[in-house]
Design a protein around this ligand. Structure first.
Ligand SMILES: [Zn+2]
Length: 228
């Protein structure tokens, strides 16, 4: 089983990826982590990747797809893979489909976590960080005990540049432009499932797992039917 999660910054994708990978025994495959590991290992690929990063360039699609499929070739004791933050573009999606097909695999389900823009802005622009010990807070959901001061070291909290409302709006616009063709690609294949991500993490998990459960039971039924 190969599952893909798509969602804007602030959609709580990381939390869902962690919960789903534990609940269903799925290997998490996140390109960021894998690329960083390769750089640290100083592998042939890592050196290439580092070159792009140093120049401030995006790592090309073919390298990313190569890295991910190699990781999936290692096999696993788990039930499958959960892709996080990859593929990012339609081109990557097409390349990935091709490589999966060569291996007799395919993407089963793609979850698109949708959250309204005001809610995303509230979630992200409310974040605060302690510049000294890097603990994270939120002005609504995870308040420090004393206004705008770190609970541990009493340093005044700051808002990261990336979390400022104007910057968040720009990031969200960019995200929507980038993701639209990707969503269309999976919708045409009838693999896309829209998930309402405005509620609590628990509720989002319940929606996603209901789809996975019905997908799994449908597959086990159709396998039995084939055996007869
Ligand atoms: Zn602190």
């Amino acid at each position: 089983m190969v599952i893909l999660l798509i969602g804007p910054p602030g959609a709580g994708k990381g939390t869902q990826v962690d919960r789903l990978s534990q609940h269903y025994c799925l290997n998490k495959v996140g390109t960021g982590d894998i690329l960083r590991q390769e750089v640290v290992k100083r592998s042939e690929l890592g050196v290439k990747v580092e070159g792009y990063m140093k120049k401030g360039k995006l790592v090309p699609d073919d390298i990313i797809v190569d890295v991910v499929t190699r990781r999936m070739d290692w096999g696993s004791n788990c039930r499958g893979y959960l892709l996080d933050g990859f593929p990012r573009t339609k081109k990557q999606a097409q390349m990935l489909d091709h490589l999966l097909k060569e291996r007799g695999k395919k993407i089963d389900l793609v979850f698109n976590i949708e959250v309204s823009e005001p809610e995303l802005i509230r979630r992200i622009s409310g974040r605060r960080v302690c510049p000294k010990c890097f603990r994270l807070y939120h002005i609504d959901y995870n308040k420090p005990r004393v206004d705008e001061l770190c609970d541990y070291c009493r340093t005044p909290l700051i808002q990261r540049e990336d979390d400022r409302e104007e910057v968040v709006r720009k990031r969200l616009t960019l995200y929507r432009e980038e993701t639209k063709p990707l969503l269309q690609y999976y919708r045409r294949q009838s693999k896309l499932v829209d998930i309402n991500g405005n509620g609590r993490a628990e509720e989002v998990f319940r929606q996603i797992s209901a789809y996975i459960d019905s997908h799994l039971s449908y597959n086990s039924h159709s396998n039995k039917a084939e055996l007869k």
